[in-house]
Ligand binder design. Structure first.
Ligand SMILES: Nc1ncnc2c1ncn2[C@@H]1O[C@H](COP(=O)(O)OP(=O)(O)OP(=O)(O)O)[C@@H](O)[C@H]1O
Length: 232
C-alpha cells in the first residue's frame, strides 16, 4: 500500500530524515516508535507531502506521490491525523464529522453512524460542542473525522500522547477494529506496549533513521534492543 524508499528530508539546511525506508502492506498497521524529536512526525509529514523529501521515492497504491501537494495525496485516499488534535470547537461532535464527509478513491463508505460505532463514546456526545470534549475524546473525534474522508490508509501521529490509561485502551480497541475493517495504518508512537498491541510491523527511529525493523512476533525477543533506542 505504502512504500517509502530512502527518504531524505530537510528543514531548510537541517537534514532531518536519513534514508528512511518503510513499507506498509494493505490491511496492516505499522508503527514507528521513537523518542521525542527523532523524526516520526517528519516521516508522516513527508509521506503526506507537507515536507517533501529532497531524495527518495514514495509509492502509494503503486503510484508515485513524492512531490505531490498534500491535498492531492489526501484525494488519493491517504488520511492524516496530526499530533495537535484540532477540532472545530464551535461545532457539535456530529457536525465535526459531517463537514469532513468526502468520497475518496477506493474508500470504505464511512458515515457518521459508522464512525460512532467505532467510537461509541462520541455517540453519547454527538450534540455537544467539540470544544467541551476531553483531550481523549477530541483525539477520537479527530480520527473519526479523518475516516469521514474515506481514506484507504491513515497516518496517525502519536494518538495516545497525554491520554489516560483507560483512553489508551479505548483507542487501541478502536485501532484494532479499524484494522478488522481493512484500513491500513501507519502510527507514530513512543510507547512500546501500545505498539505491541496495535502493530503488525514495527519500525524504531533514532536520530532521523530507522534503526530497527521487525514483526510483532519479534518484539518480545528484541525488547531490550528496542528499549535501548527509546531511553534518553
Ligand atoms: N519546522 C521545523 N523546522 C526545523 N526543524 C524542525 C521542524 N520541525 C521539526 N524539526 C526538527 O526535526 C527533528 C525531528 O522532529 P520530529 O517532530 O519529526 O520528531 P518526532 O519524533 O515526531 O518528535 P515529536 O514527538 O516531538 O513530534 C527534530 O530535531 C526537530 O527539532
Amino acid at each position: 500500500m505504502l512504500e517509502c524508499d530512502r527518504l531524505h528530508t530537510y528543514y531548510g539546511a537541517a537534514h532531518v530524515l536519513f534514508a528512511v525506508s518503510l513499507n506498509v502492506a494493505p490491511g496492516t498497521a505499522a508503527c514507528i516508535l521513537g523518542r521525542n524529536g527523532v523524526g516520526k512526525s517528519t516521516t508522516l509529514r513527508t509521506v503526506m507531502g507537507l515536507t517533501p523529501p529532497r531524495e527518495g521515492s514514495i509509492l502509494f497504491k503503486g503510484r508515485r506521490i513524492d512531490g505531490l501537494p498534500a491535498y492531492k495525496v489526501a484525494r488519493m485516499g491517504l488520511g492524516y491525523v496530526p499530533e495537535d488534535r484540532r477540532v472545530f470547537a464551535e461545532l457539535s461532535v456530529e457536525d465535526n464529522l459531517l463537514v469532513a464527509e468526502r468520497q475518496a478513491e477506493g474508500g470504505f463508505g464511512w458515515t457518521a453512524e459508522r464512525a460512532f460505532e467505532v467510537f461509541p463514546a462520541l455517540q453519547e456526545f454527538r450534540t455537544r460542542l467539540a470544544g467541551f470534549l476531553s483531550g481523549g475524546q477530541q483525539q477520537m473525534l479527530t480520527i473519526a473525522r479523518a475516516l469521514m474522508g474515506n481514506p484507504s490508509m491513515l497516518l496517525l501521529d502519536e494518538p495516545t500522547e497525554g491520554l489516560s490509561p483507560v483512553m489508551v485502551k479505548t483507542l487501541e480497541e478502536a485501532i484494532l477494529s479499524l484494522k478488522r475493517e481493512g484500513l491500513t495504518m501507519l502510527v507514530a508512537a513512543q510507547d512500546m506496549h501500545f505498539a505491541a498491541k496495535v502493530a503488525d510491523h514495527l519500525y524504531v527511529m533514532n536520530r532521523g533513521a530507522i534503526v530497527y525493523e521487525g514483526q510483532r512476533a519479534d518484539m518480545e525477543r528484541d525488547a531490550a534492543v528496542i528499549q535501548s533506542h527509546l531511553v534518553v
